[in-house]
Ligand binder design. Structure first.
Ligand code: SF4
Ligand code: SF4
Length: 78
């Protein structure tokens, strides 16, 4: 499985889009093809390679949906 900079606990997402607005790389969007256990379209990461692990999404999310990982050393050297 390729390394991903964030983990999304999508069943906690209420689709408010605060994170979508806050992401400076514009790599978050609601997945309108799916509905989570709460009945909302959950957020998804649309481009893992463009995510910088800035954690702005985690700071604004009211429901602690995100876990953000710093890029491993080998990823930073690419
Ligand atoms: S860590 Fe930063 S770049 Fe990555 S999805 Fe969150 S806000 Fe966007
Ligand atoms: S801020 Fe949190 S609850 Fe709102 S859409 Fe983003 S992940 Fe979902």
């Amino acid at each position: 499985m390729p390394w991903a900079p964030i983990v999304i606990a999508e069943d906690h997402c209420k689709g408010c889009e605060l994170c979508v607005t806050a992401c400076p790389k514009h790599v978050l969007a609601l997945d309108r093809s799916r509905i989570n256990v709460l009945g909302y379209h959950p957020v998804e990461l649309t481009d893992a390679a463009a995510c910088t692990s800035c954690a702005f999404c985690a700071r604004v999310c009211p429901d602690a949906v995100f876990t953000v990982w710093a890029a491993p050393r080998e990823e930073l050297q690419r």
